[in-house]
Design a binder for this molecule. Structure first.
Ligand code: ADP
Length: 188
């Protein structure tokens, strides 16, 4: 069973690559960003709560995020495996994920980190902001805040899984196909 954390800064291509990997490996894709945007679109209490943080480029609190992720995983109880995209983003989330997977007699098998430098990220997100309809992509200040959050809170998750030998960096610049091939090669 593959349980992949697709890792990397905002705008590093996780969503695009996840779609390719779902096709190649038949895994179940869960993106916490997409889940929050769905809630936001439906103006649910969870969406309204998340919006306060997302609009500022901050992380949504762990308790909210973890219970949403767990609910989603419970809706797909017997997957071939998961691709988690945008989760875990903090050490507390990583520990919660380990406990959830342990309860199912499985664990994180791979963490693949798309490596893209900060200036390239800002450029890509501003470009995406022209068409994505995402408030958090339209504003350079919010983009830079997301990068700060990533470096401070999320990047330690790489080292956390590195201790169990599952973390790996993947060059994240190139064509979509090239990057997809690199990821697939790291998954076998
Ligand atoms: P990106 O990777 O481009 O920043 P995402 O769609 O993954 O976009 O996330 C958008 C926003 O949703 C984040 O900036 C954050 O506010 C919130 N979010 C998504 N996933 C998490 C998470 N695991 N923990 C906390 N906040 C999250």
């Amino acid at each position: 069973m593959i349980n992949l954390i697709l890792f990397g800064p905002p705008g590093s291509g996780k969503g695009t690559q996840a779609a390719h990997l779902v096709e190649k490996f038949g895994l179940t894709h869960i993106s916490t960003g997409d889940l929050f945007r769905y809630e936001l679109g439906n103006n649910t209490p969870l969406g309204q709560e998340a919006k306060k943080y997302m609009d500022k480029g901050e992380l949504v609190p762990d308790s909210v995020t973890i219970s949403m992720l767990e609910n989603k995983m419970n809706m797909t109880p017997n997957p071939k495996g998961y691709i988690l995209d945008g989760f875990p983003r903090t050490l507390a989330q990583a520990k919660a994920l380990d406990a959830i997977l342990q309860g199912r007699d499985t664990k994180v098998t791979h963490l693949l980190a798309l490596d893209v430098d900060d200036e390239e990220i800002v450029k890509r997100l501003l470009e995406r902001g022209k068409t994505s309809n995402r408030a958090d992509d339209a504003n350079e200040e919010v983009i830079r805040k997301r990068i700060v959050e990533y470096n401070a809170k999320t990047s330690p998750v790489f080292d956390y899984y590195d201790k169990s030998g599952v973390s790996k960096k993947i060059e994240g610049v190139g064509s979509v196909e090239e990057i997809s091939t690199r990821l697939a090669a790291a998954l076998v």
